[in-house]
Design a protein around this ligand. Structure first.
Ligand code: ADP
Ligand code: ZN
Ligand code: MG
Length: 481
């Protein structure tokens, strides 16, 4: 049996965070009443003329720089023709043979190795409108409604080289890309709202050969999980065909999330003829190097640099630094908290552990966390001052999430202050020692392991309120001196 190598290339569309559309002044705000944010330009009325939004170019350049691309001094807008009701001009303004950005790369940590994924290009284009089908699906709909609010919103298309070698790698790449576009505030990358969309191209070839196999292109991938699952399905499908001596057809396939399968949509045998030509209503785009340099200077610290700084500045393990810098919001949350707490490792443990776990369980983003960095710092300080134990602190945090009250208030209301004063502890300890003559004799006889058991009994007797270090110390003093 042949060993197959998987070859994947992704085409990603991201909506840019501009306030107005790319060739007119209409608002881009999400969720407005249908067709309330339109004008002759984005409706494609005859005679209306497009004017390029400078901010959209800024953001596309920012994306290009984050993806380590060359920013081309000369690029151009082309008309890409096709007919569909949501495309009122019957062409989309895009960039074909002269894109704004070329030849970039993304370094991707995959397990122990760093893989480099080439970026063929990043180009600017415009969104189409949105069709809303009455009923279950387009096939059974009695009619469809059209909303042109989205028509003309600025998009970038990012095309990777066929450098990705597994479905998992494809998902990791997309996650990395999202992180980069969020860090640079190019796009909000909401896959559920459609502001980040991905088509995946995949083929197989016998390991060790150098020519590419025939690819299929998968559409309708609207989550990171879907990208990986659809590609995994497609690897199996293509492998079966090839091993049966059949051909993989060049075609576009649709991912059906519920069935967990891809289905043929249309053959690519006859390549679509988009009749590209330069848009005569728009000047060629000239971006001089000083413009690019000005944008480069404003770029925020990117995730790799931030991760390396977290290791150097806070002395964190690489793993922690990687998780904490996986989103800009999380990195900022951590840094704000550590500023007040001082101890980076304990802060990292709480942010990566309890905080992320709670947010994930409740489907919330870091920015939406009811416990703000200052609140978490308040709790960690109580641990550092030994007012609460680590274990009790977890309950305090759960209360903080539920009630929004500060840690100190909750600790007082609940009577969760840790008992550290010797006279209160002494009473409990003496009782425990009297009740457990066996372990006491063990400790006296040199089996100090039994101390752990006795500390545990004291913790139990105090309902978790005793300070365990202090208890340990006091038991040692009593039994070993
Ligand atoms: P098309 O002619 O279908 O538009 P392109 O050559 O423009 O194809 O590439 C589109 C995407 O498909 C790119 O991301 C590219 O990396 C990827 N790709 C190209 N050839 C293959 C292949 N044989 N297998 C997998 N992906 C491929
Ligand atoms: Zn408009
Ligand atoms: Mg192409």
């Amino acid at each position: 049996m042949t060993d197959w190598e998987v070859v994947i290339g992704l085409e990603i569309h991201a909506e840019l965070l501009t306030e107005s559309k790319v060739f007119c002044g209409c608002s881009t705000e999400f969720g407005a009443p249908p067709n309330s944010q339109v004008c002759p330009v984005c409706l494609g009325l005859p005679g209306a003329l497009p004017v390029l939004n400078r901010k959209a170019v800024d953001l596309a350049i920012r994306a290009g720089l984050a993806l380590q691309c060359r920013i081309n001094e000369h690029s151009r807008f082309d008309r890409k023709h096709y007919f569909y009701p949501d495309l009122p001009k019957a062409y989309q303004i895009s960039q074909n043979d002269l894109p704004l950005c070329s030849d970039g790369r993304v370094e991707l940590q995959v397990g122990e190795t760093v893989r480099e994924i080439g970026i063929e290009r990043v180009h600017l284009e415009e969104e189409a409108g949105k069709s809303v089908h009455a009923g279950e699906s387009i096939m059974s709909a009695a009619y469809s409604l059209l909303d042109y609010n989205r028509s003309g919103i600025a998009l970038i298309e990012i095309v990777t080289e066929p450098d990705i070698r597994s479905p998992e790698e494809a998902r990791l790449f997309l996650e990395r890309l999202k992180t980069l576009l969020e860090y640079t505030e190019v796009s909000d990358c909401k896959m559920e709202e459609g502001s980040l969309r991905c088509d995946a191209n995949i083929s197989l070839r016998p390991k060790g050969t150098s020519t590419f196999g025939v690819k299929s292109e998968i559409k309708n991938l609207n989550s990171f999980r879907a990208v990986q699952r659809a590609l995994e399905f497609e690897v199996g499908r293509q492998q079966q065909l090839l091993e049966a001596g059949e051909a993989v057809l060049p075609e576009t396939r649709h991912w059906d999330e519920a069935k967990g399968m891809t289905f043929s949509m249309r053959s690519k045998e006859k390549a679509a003829d988009y009749r590209y030509f330069p848009d005569p209503n728009l000047y060629p785009l000239k971006v001089d190097p000083s413009w690019v340099e000005a944008i480069r200077k404003q770029l925020p610290e990117l995730p790799d640099a931030r991760r390396d700084r977290f290791v150097a500045e806070y002395d964190l393990p690489l793993y922690d630094a990687d998780v904490l810098t996986s989103s800009r919001a999380l990195a900022e949350y951590f840094e704000e908290c550590v500023k007040e707490v001082g101890d980076a490792k304990i802060t990292s443990n709480w942010v990566m552990g309890e905080v992320l776990r709670w947010l994930k369980a409740h489907g919330l983003e870091v920015a939406e966390s009811p416990v703000r960095p200052g609140d978490l710092a308040g709790l960690i300080k109580l641990i550092q001052e030994k007012v609460v134990s680590n274990i009790v602190a977890k309950d305090v945090l759960a209360e903080m999430f539920a009630s929004g009250k500060p840690a100190a208030v909750i600790v007082d209301e609940k009577g969760w202050r840790q008992i550290s004063d010797s006279s209160s502890l002494e009473k409990i300890i003496d009782q425990v020692l009297a009740d457990n003559p066996g372990p006491v004799a063990d400790v006296r006889g040199g089996k100090t392991k039994a101390i752990g058991f006795l500390v545990g009994q004291v913790m139990k007797a105090s309902k978790g309120a005793a300070n365990p270090q202090k208890v340990n110390e006091m038991i040692r003093n009593k039994l070993l001196e």
